[in-house]
Write a protein that binds this ligand. Structure first.
Ligand code: UTP
Length: 291
């Protein structure tokens, strides 16, 4: 069980339709699309593991392949690679998670992110983390780990924020705040996908949250918000009446891999940061730019 200061549980909502990645997502879950040789969900789980999280809840759709198989043993493949003494053997055993810490919950219909989180309610007994795997964050200290530190000091709900161009603001949940100290913003309001002229700030919420379990009660009303979906932002906004909510400007780079250009940028960024690929990637880009 979670103690108040010790966040050990993460929820990964992975039940979305992935429309922007059709037709690939007809057969491959968006979260399993690779950035180099690892699927997005691998980066998300590693971020959580490196922040000390031990229990992993995946909220999936009944129509999508199970994401958790990726973290289970594949005995047939292990045997074949083992028999061949393959250099690839270690790659399939490095990402295993013990069965009892791997939980899959089904969201029958994609009614929105808020509804997906509510579906995990039976496994939530204390503060917990939420990571949207299609938001890839590359940072020295795991983004969710930075947020856990903020939670430990403040006991407040924490949402990750970043500055975005006002021309793109209507794609995001946006915070309104009454004061800030360095990277900590004290939230007084939130608007989901505001029109540019109605946005209270240029600080957009990205796919990382630390939430108190009281969020589940707020979500249980199943109130519909923007786009006819049950929005997590609306439920957090209600919490502001009784609890503190902090917007935390994290240290790191975030890539929106839910859209094609964001995923391409992530591919290039991960490759160029890797000494093994760096010079080849530069050469490829230089050659392409000559044409
Ligand atoms: P998105 O809206 O970005 O993802 O939801 P999507 O719906 O999969 O993609 P598009 O918009 O159709 O291209 C953000 C996150 O919330 C999850 C998604 O899987 C994604 O991780 N989600 C969204 C759910 O789990 N259930 C939902 O009902 C909606």
């Amino acid at each position: 069980m979670n103690s108040i200061n010790n966040i050990k549980t993460v929820v990964f909502p992975v039940a979305g339709l992935g429309s922007r990645f059709l037709p690939a997502t007809k057969v491959v879950a968006k979260e399993l699309l690779p950035i180099l040789n690892k699927p997005l969900i691998d980066y998300a789980v590693n971020e959580a593991k490196n922040a000390g999280i031990e229990r992993f809840i995946f909220v999936n759709s009944p129509h999508k392949p199970s994401v958790i198989n990726y973290f289970k043993k594949n005995e047939k493949l292990e045997k074949e690679l083992g028999d061949k003494n393959s250099e690839y053997f270690k790659l399939i055993s490095s990402n295993l998670i013990e069965q009892e810490n791997l939980i899959e919950v089904i969201q029958d219909k994609p009614l929105g992110l808020g509804h997906a989180i509510w579906c995990a309610k039976d496994y939530i007994s204390g503060p917990f983390a939420v990571i949207l795997p299609d938001d890839l964050v590359l940072s020295d200290v795991p983004c969710i780990g930075q947020m856990i530190e903020v939670y430990k000091k403040s006991k407040s709900n924490v949402v990750a924020i970043q500055e975005v161009d006002k021309n793109n603001i209507e794609k995001y949940g946006v915070i309104d705040y009454y004061k800030n100290e360095n990277n900590i913003y004290h939230v007084k309001g939130m608007v989901e996908k505001p029109a540019k002229e109605k946005a209270p700030s240029n600080l957009a919420i990205i796919g990382r949250y630390i939430l108190n379990p009281s969020i589940i009660e707020e979500l249980s009303n199943h109130e519909l918000g923007v786009g006819g979906e049950i929005q997590l932002t609306d439920a957090i906004k209600k919490l502001i009446n009784t609890e503190r909510v902090i917007g935390y400007k994290f240290d790191g780079n975030r890539y929106d891999c839910g859209n094609i250009m964001g995923a391409l940028e992530a591919q290039l960024s991960v490759a160029i940061k890797d000494e093994k690929y760096k010079s080849q990637v530069k050469e490829i880009i230089n050659n392409l730019c000559k044409d």
